[in-house]
Design a protein around this ligand. Structure first.
Ligand code: NI
Length: 164
């Protein structure tokens, strides 16, 4: 596994739409493993492939903080949402920046796992937030596009903050 460089706000790749993965092979599994390692090394709870410069619809998430196993998703799609929550949200591509974003309180996501098998993930609260945030990345949408006006803040001490 390898830690990859995280692309930062202002890098135009973050605005591009990622492409669907046709075949889940060893190359894809390698990218997913690298993404997990990169996410942990940056103390994040989620990461999309575009954030490491790869325009493929791949997402990793771990909201449990226990070092794994992380959720690895290929071609994820939100199929159902329920309720609403106001989240304080950050992004690994926006160091030290946080804002309030409204997200569904629950989501159901269909995807392929790292072996190409169809899976369904049900996420509530932080997991729902993380799923929405990471899936947005795949279409070039960033949390600052959706934040409540005037809520963006710059924070030096990012301990105990969720980073995606
Ligand atoms: Ni992000």
């Amino acid at each position: 596994m390898a830690i990859r460089e995280i692309r930062m706000n202002g890098d135009e790749i973050l605005r591009k739409k990622s492409r669907e993965v046709d075949i889940v092979d060893d190359k894809i599994r390698q990218i997913l493993d690298d993404m997990v390692e990169t996410m942990y090394s940056a103390n994040g709870v989620g990461l999309s492939a575009v954030q490491v410069g790869i325009l493929k619809r791949l997402v990793v998430i771990d909201v449990e903080y226990d070092g794994g196993p992380a959720i690895k998703l290929v071609n994820p799609v939100i199929v159902k949402t329920k309720g609403m929550q106001e989240c304080q949200e950050g992004c690994l591509s926006f160091p030290n920046q946080f804002a309030i974003v409204r997200r569904p309180k629950e989501v159901i996501v269909k995807a392929l796992d790292e072996n190409g098998k169809p899976i369904t993930i049900k996420g509530k609260e932080l997991l729902a937030q993380a799923l929405c945030h990471e899936l947005d990345h795949l279409d070039g949408t960033l949390f600052v596009d959706q934040m409540e006006e005037g809520t963006l803040e710059y924070v030096d001490n990012t301990e105990n903050r969720e980073k995606k």
